[in-house]
Design a protein around this ligand. Structure first.
Ligand SMILES: Cc1ncc(C[n+]2csc(CCOP(=O)(O)OP(=O)(O)O)c2C)c(N)n1
Ligand SMILES: [Mg+2]
Length: 906
């Protein structure tokens, strides 16, 4: 056991000793063994008893950590099936080409560089996979899905080059997507930038690991629902040991055990370093991770030592070497490998006379040659073989490596190694020698050392090709096309089109009604996957439980408390709903897996991820960004939207800015609809754009509210184009040259605008038209595009969509919503009239909706006052009218405001 992790021993005190004299006999035997044979023997006896207890299945927990040794003993290693010599040459070429690609990118005139040391530490982890385990998409089982560690990307490009998938010229385009004539390679795995190559964006630490867990779970989901046989597909996630600091990396590992995801393997590259320095200088990351993953029920395989250590460990009768291994801190292990064989002799072996004796007749060089397990392909092969057995548990392989390995003493184990992108000519020569590569000195140009490629008929080239062909083709490879789905008949949008009659309903309810009809659609209904982080009841979606059921690979093995009710909580192996618990990070990972299924599985699936809008882009913005990179499609629904509408939840939950955050994501098409029929058109168009012919790589963000109000039926001659582009005239006022105004509003704000329209007409004779702005964000995008076009085409100027729409409509423009003013202000540059916005800037409070709207000055009276002020500014009315209106409406007095509807207020 490492000293860092000690199991509590109080547990036994709570049990009853039914036979104290027998217990005393056992204790005495143990004490005698300890006294006579010493602690190593005593410990051995304890461990062997524990093993016995496991064999007899008496239910004793596993140890949280084992010794700092390989989990698989040499006797238990399978025979290595590969050609060691050829694989060594291939690895050497990959190492070389990866480093040279980055080095060459530093050439004068380019000077971009990248990361060298990460791949140098992990080359064997990948090569064993490429030669023996990773199955490509042509494999009969459908192939594996591999999350490559982002900063190891140079190694993947190097391999693609050896396999003939990339040319030398393309390698020289590393990090020059725009400026390299032959096209560039993106710095890291970015499917959006290289849609035929990368599948999973991993470089934002922590997102790769959690997404891999949910990918493996989604694969099972597809299988259990009978959509695709994924039983022979495996998910591999390669991550750094520093990356485990991210809460996302470890936060969902329990799911993998609960759902028995033995189709999932994590490989943690434990080079003991992160960017700045050691990961756990004062501890041991491998032991820590063993404890965490083991505690969560994972199958843990440690690959700590290379085969050179085996004979030493076999001699270690007294456990002196293991004891040293256990005691040495990571910070020291790192230093050893930045020093020399002599240093290791003195500072490691020299700490115990018994271990010093073991290497007394070894040369310093031989000591230096003692490798770490993660550089030994045989040890790795054994670990991967064990990981790929079906044992009902996910596996983590903890492989100890050296950061910058083979790159020489300026790189190996240095704290600065992560950031080093350039090699000196001396480094390059030594690197060549370390790898035994046959490159003459004169070819080693300072800027452009050559790439290496085996001749097409060389054993290496043939071996590479044969191995990949046997394993189902090259990896990574991404399916960039998606097959269209038959679009639903218009009848599914009937419920939203006809409005709510006299009934007051929230847009959330309207959405759920439509969803119920959509899931019944014979074309794409079965492909809709609702994803909910424990808020189904909040959104009225518990009504879906009995029909769609909640997915659980374990079914429902208990008697549900509400089993007699119509709307009982129903879990099933073939359930459709992904209920993720209180877990937005996991939900967005699920959204990503489901929404990229069109590519990863050639099975288009439609995720509908619904959440508290505050906990979407704000809480998991980076994961949404990764989803955009992964070309995910689907709907994210920000429910309980609006800073004054979810008034019960106060400061923490009241969202007045998610649209602003959504606007920063170029893949996101966002809408803030007011009425049910608007929702219908938005969803219909979204399904067409994302799942129809010529589908697009976008996903939708739609906000829905929980304030009930009457929804009108769809107006005759509805301006559908305007609705979808972001603005249409909902309630025109009679045209008038003077005392006219245009009120632009979105979401629940449209109701305030309509009331303001009335007040303005009745009290002040002002003719204000009300426009429903379904998307401030889309209008701005259109404006930006127009600007760019006009900048570059001065002789062919265009008008932004909103400018066209407002043309000819007189008067100032007042823009309002339940969001902060910046949301509305986005369109200001393209409004050719005096523009003023009202919004909910500031923290939310939990007062009544009416009080809050008055407080933020977004309610009907405030809108009316703002309109009057603008009219006064342009001389249409007297300034005294504005003051009069303010007095009449007691605009400063929140108690003068109608408290408003309190239903659904959270
Ligand atoms: C979320 C996030 N934060 C910070 C970074 C910057 N970063 C890139 S690599 C790295 C260190 C990685 O260390 P480790 O995970 O141990 O990988 P290694 O290169 O050692 O294999 C950091 C901090 C990032 N990519 N993502
Ligand atoms: Mg590391």
């Amino acid at each position: 056991m490492s000293e860092t992790f000690e199991a509590p021993d109080q547990i036994i005190d709570q049990l009853v000793d039914t036979d104290p004299s027998e217990t005393a006999e056992w204790h005495a035997s143990f004490d005698a063994a300890l006294a006579n044979a010493g602690p190593v023997r005593a410990r051995y006896l304890m461990l062997s008893l524990l093993k016995r207890a496991h064999e007899k299945k008496i239910g004793v927990s596993d140890l949280r950590t084992t010794d700092y040794m390989n989990t698989i003993s040499p006797e238990n290693e399978p025979a290595f099936p590969g050609d060691e010599g050829i694989e060594r040459n291939i690895r050497a070429m990959n190492r070389w080409n990866a480093a040279m690609m980055v080095h060459r990118a530093q050439r004068p005139g380019v000077g971009v560089g990248g990361h060298i040391s990460t791949y140098a530490s992990s080359a064997a982890l990948y090569e064993v996979g490429f030669n023996h385990f990773f199955r490509g998409q042509d494999h009969p089982g459908g192939g594996d899905q591999i999350f490559f560690q982002g900063h190891a990307s140079p190694g993947m490009y190097a391999r693609a080059y050896l396999e003939g998938r990339l040319t030398e010229d393309q390698l020289d385009g590393f990090r020059q997507e725009l400026s390299h004539p032959a096209g560039g390679l993106s710095s890291y795995p970015h499917p959006r930038l290289m849609p035929d190559f990368w599948q999973f964006p991993t470089v934002s630490m922590g997102i790769g690991p959690i997404n891999a867990i949910y990918q493996a779970r989604f694969n099972r989901y597809l299988h259990n629902r009978g959509i695709k046989d994924t039983s022979d597909q495996r998910v591999w996630a390669f991550l750094g040991d520093g990356e485990v600091d991210e809460v996302d990396t470890l936060g969902a590992i329990g799911l993998a055990t609960r759902e028995k995801l033995d189709n999932l393997t994590f490989v943690v590259n434990c080079n003991l370093q992160r960017l700045d320095g050691p990961v756990r200088g004062n501890g041991k990351i491998i032991q820590e991770l063993e404890s965490i993953f083991g505690g969560a029920g994972w199958n843990v395989i440690k690959v700590v030592w290379g085969r050179e250590w085996d004979p030493l460990l076999a001699q270690d009768r007294e456990g002196a070497l293991v004891n040293l291994m256990n005691k040495t801190l990571d910070g020291d292990y790192q230093t050893f490998k930045a020093e020399s064989g002599a240093y290791v002799r003195e500072n490691f072996f020299g700490r115990d006379p018994r271990t010093a004796a073991m290497v007394a007749d070894w040369s310093d060089e031989k000591i230096w040659g003692l490798k770490r397990g993660g550089h030994d392909y045989k040890k790795l092969f054994a670990a991967y073989t064990a990981a790929t057995q079906d044992n009902g548990r996910p596996t983590v392989i903890l492989a100890k490596t050296i950061k910058g390995w083979t790159l020489g003493s300026s790189f190996e184990g240095r704290n600065s190694t992560h950031q080093m992108k350039k090699m000196s000519l001396e480094d390059i020569k030594r690197f060549r020698d370390t790898l035994y590569l046959d490159i003459p000195d004169e070819k080693l140009d300072k800027y452009l050392p050559p790439y290496l490629k085996p001749a097409p008929d060389s054993p290496e080239a043939l071996y590479l090709a044969e191995r990949r062909a046997a394993l189902g083709g090259s990896i990574p490879r991404r399916r960039a096309i998606s097959r269209p789905l038959t679009q639903p008949d218009d009848s599914v949008y009937e419920s939203v089109k006809r409005g709510s009659g006299h009934q007051e309903i929230a847009t959330t309810m309207a959405f759920v009604r439509m969803l119920k009809d959509l899931v019944k659609d014979p074309g794409l209904g079965a492909r809709i996957v609702p994803i909910i982080p424990d808020e189904a009841r909040t959104f009225g979606m518990d009504s879906l439980f009995p029909t769609l059921k909640i997915y659980s690979p374990n079914g429902q093995q208990y008697a549900a408390v509400d089993r007699e009710l119509m709307l009982s909580y129903k879990e099933s192996t073939t359930g459709v709903i992904l209920h993720e618990g209180i877990n937005e990070a996991g939900s967005v990972a699920s959204f990503t897996a489901v929404g990229s299924s069109y590519s990863t599985h050639d099975e288009p699936m439609i995720p509908i991820y619904i959440f508290y809008s505050m906990f979407g882009f704000q809480r998991t913005g980076d994961a949404f960004w990764a989803a955009a990179d992964q070309l995910v499609r689907g709907f994210v629904i920000g429910a309980t939207a609006g800073r004054t509408t979810l008034n019960g939840e106060g400061l923490q939950h009241e969202d007045g800015h998610s649209h602003l955050l959504a606007s920063t994501n170029p893949a996101v098409v966002s809408y803030d609809p007011a009425f049910a029929f608007e929702l219908g058109h938005i969803v219909k168009d979204g399904l067409r754009r994302m799942y129809g012919e010529n589908s697009e790589n976008v996903y939708y963000y739609v906000t829905v509210y929980n304030e009930p109000y009457v929804h009108p039926a769809e107006p005759e001659n509805l301006d559908v184009e305007g609705l979808l582009k972001g603005i249409y005239l909902y309630s025109p006022a009679a045209k008038s040259r003077k005392k006219s105004a245009q009120i632009l509003a979105s979401g629940v704000g449209v109701n305030w605008a309509l009331k303001a329209q009335q007040l303005l007409a009745d009290d002040w004779g002002v003719k204000a038209s009300v426009w429903s702005v379904t998307s401030w964000n889309e209008l701005r995008r259109d404006g930006l595009e127009t600007d760019r076009h006009n900048l570059l085409n001065p002789n062919d100027k265009k008008r932004a969509y909103i400018s066209q729409k407002l043309a000819g409509h007189k008067g100032p423009v007042i823009a309002v919503s339940d969001y902060m003013r910046s949301v509305q202000d986005q369109v200001a540059p393209w409004v050719d009239a005096p523009f003023y916005s009202l919004g909910t800037d500031g923290f939310g409070l939990s007062d009544t909706r009416g009080a809050l709207r008055r407080h933020f000055k977004v309610d009907a009276e405030s809108i009316a006052v703002a309109v009057l002020q603008q009219l006064s500014n342009q001389g249409d009315i007297k300034a005294s009218i504005v003051t009069k209106a303010m007095e009449k409406y007691r605009i400063h007095d929140v108690s003068a405001a109608d408290a408003g509807n309190t239903e659904g207020s959270g």
